[in-house]
Write a protein that binds this ligand. Structure first.
Ligand code: C2E
Ligand code: MG
Ligand code: MG
Ligand code: MG
Length: 290
């Protein structure tokens, strides 16, 4: 991976490495201008309430259309953007665009939905997120209760007291906070208890491990997911499962009291236009309906 080359590390020179550094360099050069050149766009993935089968929210996911390289995954360019110090510019664009799109759905008269935006740990550290959020809401006219921020556990591990203050500020504005990829980081339970947050998102890797390759429930995999759901509920938080690909996973999660699911079973991330057809109907497969 390009980012593993590190900024200041010495490397033995090899042609393969040369190709990789070249790719990184050219990605860097274009990433710096990608925002102003309008090369980013957002796609949207629904979250579904397991009790009602209805859309409970939408997550915005960024895509980069590089003029020569084509579609570059956020998994590849977000770490690079962090290294280069441009993550906050990208993050601000994403936030504004997501609020604008959400307001647009509201204006179309669709049932008002909440939009979730991913905020990188570095962005959280280097900018005053409440101010950035306030200006995005002001400019787009989206009421704060329709905005949710998805933060990773890395954020919680920064200076705890300062993080608590910022999160309280955001929640006082009416914004919801969820912890993304929960279980993959190293946040301590005592810190978690102190965090003013609303939901835990069970990481997709755990959802994937509920069943083995023969579609049998695995003891360990099932136990981990159940435990995270219970933990969320004990802390008075919602539990959301991501990466749900099969009806069996959704049924299992429902039986464990999981509140919401998200994944290819229901919908891949789609354009703002295509999302419209997903409003106002049951999104769960037949077997889920009572
Ligand atoms: P995430 O926030 O945990 O988002 C979930 C990722 O899982 C998305 O990948 C989504 O397309 C994918 N996914 C959803 N359902 C399924 C499923 O059923 N099966 C499988 N295999 N995958 C599924 P994506 O869009 O490539 O994003 C990857 C990560 O990049 C995100 O993980 C998030 O951490 C980051 N990211 C995406 N957009 C942004 C953004 O605007 N800002 C920041 N800071 N990070 C972003
Ligand atoms: Mg997310
Ligand atoms: Mg996630
Ligand atoms: Mg994840």
């Amino acid at each position: 991976r390009a980012k593993d080359l590190g900024r200041n590390s010495f490397q033995l020179y090899t042609p393969a490495m040369n190709a990789r550094s070249f790719e990184r360099l050219s990605m860097e050069a274009s990433l710096r201008h990608a925002v102003t050149r309008g090369e980013f766009k957002l796609v949207y993935q629904v979250k579904v309430d397991l009790d009602t089968g209805r859309m409970s929210g939408v997550e915005a996911l960024v895509r980069w259309h590089h003029p020569e390289m084509g579609l570059v995954s956020p998994v590849d360019f977000i770490p690079l953007a962090e290294d280069m110090g441009v993550i906050s510019d990208i993050g601000e664009w994403v936030l504004r665009e997501a609020c604008k799109q959400c307001k647009h759905w509201h204006d179309l008269g669709l049932p008002p939905v909440r939009i979730a935006v991913n905020v990188s740990a570095l962005q959280f550290k280097e900018t005053r997120v409440p101010e950035v959020v306030a200006s995005a809401l002001r400019e787009t006219g989206l009421p704060p209760q329709y905005l949710e921020l998805e933060l990773t556990e890395t954020v919680l591990m920064q200076r705890v007291d300062e993080v608590v203050v910022v999160l309280k500020e955001l929640r006082a504005m009416g914004i919801r906070i969820s912890i993304d990829d929960f279980g993959t980081g190293y946040s301590s339970l005592s810190y978690l208890k102190r965090m003013p947050i609303d939901a835990l998102k069970v990481d997709r890797s755990f959802v994937n491990d509920i069943f083995d390759e023969n579609d049998k429930v695995t003891e360990e995999g099932a136990e981990i997911v159940s435990t995270i759901i219970s933990l969320a509920h004990n802390l008075k938080l919602k539990a959301i499962a991501e990466g749900v690909e099969t009806a069996a996973q959704a049924l299992f999660l429902h039986s464990k009291g999981c509140d919401e699911v998200q994944g290819f079973l229901i919908s891949r991330p789609v354009s703002g236009e295509d999302l419209i057809s997903l409003f106002d109907r049951n999104l769960l497969p037949e077997a889920q309906e009572e």
